[in-house]
Every structure is written in structure tokens, then in C-alpha cells.
Design a protein around this ligand. Structure first.
Ligand code: S6P
Ligand code: ZN
Length: 195
């Protein structure tokens, strides 16, 4: 890991950073239970364990004061009528924020707090999105052809808590209805605090 200042490039059309240390590939099989239409999920998985999204990370120490950063690329597609999306997570250290800069594509970021507050922000190329401390976050690609590409940066000590979202899902879902993206209430959602 480099201790001196450094720079690197992120260029289209593929937006893969010119330097990275970790390459995470998340396939359909890692999203069990997350999509509303479980029949569609199982049918699709039976055909092929498709690649939903990729993350390219530059390694930094996971300590306060460091900034973890890299690129996430959510590919276009749907499971049933629900768009390809990231697993989504809280930060283990809840009081840590995150910034996204959208480099390509269009979509939504779905967010919520442990208290059951919910927010959905539109993502378009050139937009900066600030995720405040305490907000779980998931990105969703609504384009039928383009990758949703985002630069992310967050504190080194944040950590990831996937378990809460795996159990509860998010309060809001992004589905295609009559050919258009719509934000709907997740019928299976219950508040993490039982409210
Ligand atoms: C990390 C940051 C992103 C996500 C990436 C994949 O805090 O929010 O790098 O890791 O978008 O999402 P997920 O939910 O699978 O980690
Ligand atoms: Zn995060």
C-alpha cells in the first residue's frame, strides 16, 4: 500500500480505474432473498448466475483518518420487474458518511435509517450524492443498456453491516411498471426496530 501521495485515472468507456487492489464481483447467487419476485429470481439463476455489479477498490488501512475509495459498476438488467442493484448496507460505524460521484448511467440510490426514515435520490451522470451518517444505501441501475458507474469515498473505519438489510430488505423498491421506473413500498419490509 502506498504511503506517498498518488493519483490515478478513471476514463470511459469502461471506467475501470488505472490502478486498483481489489476487484469484487457480485453475481445473482449472492442476492438470495433480496428480489421481490423470488420465482423470477430462481428461474434466472437456473439459466445463468449473471454478474450484477463490480467494485474496484484501492486498498487503504481501515482506520479513522483514511479514506476508502474506488468505483462501483452496476450493470443493466432486471430480475422480474426489479432492476439490478447492489446488496446495500449500513456502515458498521453508523456515524460515518459516504460520497458518490456519478460518472455514467442513470439510476436511484435508496436509503434508510435504523429509525425507519427513508429517502430515494435520482442518480444521473455528473451528480454528486452525499449519504449522511446513519443512512443505509443501495444503488439501482434503471437504464436498459448503460452501466451505472460511481466513484465512492468513505471513512476508513466505516465497515459494512450487510446483515440488517439481508434480513429486512429496504423499505422502498425500484421496479419497472408500465415501462417506467417506479418507487414502491416493499411489501415484505418491517422496521429493524419493529415499528
Ligand atoms: C462502500 C460503498 C460502495 C459499495 C458498492 C457495492 O461503503 O457504499 O463501495 O460497497 O457500491 O455495494 P454493496 O452494498 O454490495 O457493498
Ligand atoms: Zn457504504
Amino acid at each position: 500500500m502506498r504511503e506517498d501521495p498518488f493519483s490515478f485515472d478513471i476514463q470511459g468507456p469502461n471506467y475501470i480505474p488505472s490502478e486498483y487492489d481489489n476487484h469484487i464481483q457480485r453475481k445473482l447467487s449472492s442476492m438470495k432473498g433480496q428480489y421481490l419476485n423470488q420465482v423470477a429470481y430462481n428461474d434466472m439463476l437456473y439459466q445463468d448466475d449473471v454478474l450484477l455489479y463490480q467494485v474496484f477498490e484501492l486498498k487503504r488501512q481501515e482506520v479513522e483518518g483514511e479514506l476508502l475509495h474506488g468505483i462501483s459498476i452496476v450493470h443493466p438488467g432486471k430480475v422480474g420487474d426489479e432492476y439490478f442493484m447492489t446488496k446495500g448496507h449500513y456502515h458498521t460505524v453508523l456515524e460515518t458518511a459516504e460520497i458518490y460521484f456519478i460518472l455514467n448511467g442513470q439510476g436511484y440510490i435508496v436509503m434508510e435509517t435504523p429509525e425507519g426514515d427513508s429517502a430515494v435520490e435520482e442518480l444521473t451522470k455528473g451528480k454528486v450524492l452525499y449519504v449522511p451518517p446513519r443512512w443505509a444505501h443501495r444503488s439501482v441501475n434503471i437504464d436498459s443498456e448503460e452501466d451505472l458507474v460511481m466513484f465512492f469515498v468513505y471513512p476508513g473505519n466505516a465497515g459494512h453491516d450487510y446483515g440488517t438489510i439481508e434480513t429486512q430488505g429496504f423499505k422502498k423498491l425500484v421496479m419497472e411498471i408500465d415501462g417506467k421506473p417506479e418507487i414502491i413500498d416493499n411489501p415484505r419490509w418491517t422496521s429493524p426496530e419493529g415499528k
